[in-house]
Ligand binder design. Structure first.
Ligand code: SPV
Ligand code: MG
Length: 295
């Protein structure tokens, strides 16, 4: 099997647009893989909401790491962790890279904001950015820390989010690329793709560009293909759909004080067992457990 890091790097450099779907647990990661996606986005927003905390580094980095380990173990496709700002300075980033490699995570995305981060869709214009030099140093430290040459570091530019415009976005992307970033994630919170398209037009193919069209969701995917983006991240859609499903089920059972009507609408217990690969355990039991159950 091709290493996950190599798989991810190949996707980044493929000549077509590739799609990453968000996951936030071992189970959701497995569902992403079964749906046919070739890579997973370990979303900070979704992981933190699954933990019941805010996307503001309220979960510690080791808590995130533990979650990511389950996601990585449950799947055979590469995972890119949303590593926020790297949870500290360049030194924290170096340790993060070491731990991600140990857990078979293929890539990390680091954003040029300040710790503790704030989700890009909250009070965007007031979000302070890291200095270009400080963030470039983080990217360089990350690249120097990796031991697998195919591990990818994606530099996320928040210039548009913070209201700084195209020239700042270009300046930052160039600095991070020069520092060794394997790709640039250009984020935007406007409802059209105009910002990311304007960046791509100037950036050309300097290095791969990744986008997150959460807010400009109505843009036809064909436009992303024609513009030559490398990756599109569907960033939070399994979390959002599961919230809706859980709210509906909880409300229905509460109101009806019975399981009768929900039973047909939800996954079976057997489906849980299948997703957990109970079949493999059965085979292992017959191989390793004493036949009469007593040794
Ligand atoms: C995430 O999924 O946590 C992201 C994307 O970073 S966004 O929420 O759009 O900032
Ligand atoms: Mg995030």
């Amino acid at each position: 099997m091709i290493k996950k890091t190599t798989q991810f790097k190949q996707l980044l450099h493929s000549n077509q647009v590739e799609f990453l779907m968000e996951a936030h647990s071992g189970l959701s990661a497995k569902i992403v893989e079964e749906a046919g996606f070739k890579a997973i986005w370990g979303s900070g927003l979704s992981i933190s909401s699954a933990m019941g905390v805010r996307d503001a580094n309220e979960a510690s980095w080791t808590q995130v790491l533990e979650r990511v380990e389950f996601m990585s173990d449950a799947t055979n496709i590469p995972l890119m962790l949303d590593g926020d700002t790297g949870y500290g300075n360049f030194n924290n980033v170096r340790r993060l890279i070491q731990k991600l490699e140990q857990r078979n995570v293929a890539a990390v995305c680091l954003e040029d904001k300040l710790f503790p981060k704030t989700n890009s869709f909250i009070n965007g214009d007031q979000q302070p950015l890291a200095s270009i030099d400080e963030f470039a140093g983080k990217i360089k430290a990350a690249k120097d820390a990796q031991t697998d040459p195919d591990f990818c570091v994606v530099a996320r530019v928040e210039a548009f989010i913070a209201g700084w415009g195209l020239s700042e976005a270009l300046k930052r992307a160039e600095a991070y690329y020069q520092a060794g970033a394997d790709a640039i994630l250009m984020h935007s919170k406007v409802s059209t793709a105009e910002e990311v398209l304007s960046f791509k037009e100037r950036w050309q193919d300097t290095c791969p560009v990744v986008i997150v069209p959460t807010k400009y969701y109505s843009t036809p995917t064909q436009l992303f293909e024609e513009a030559g983006f490398s990756m599109v991240i569907w960033a939070n859609h399994l979390m959002r759909s599961s919230i809706q499903a859980m709210q509906n089920t909880a409300a229905q059972i509460y109101a009806e004080r019975s399981l009768v009507t929900v039973e047909e609408q939800i996954a079976t217990v057997g489906e849980i067992f299948r997703l957990q690969d109970i079949a493999e355990l059965k085979v292992a039991e017959s191989k390793y457990l004493p036949k009469n159950g007593i040794s």
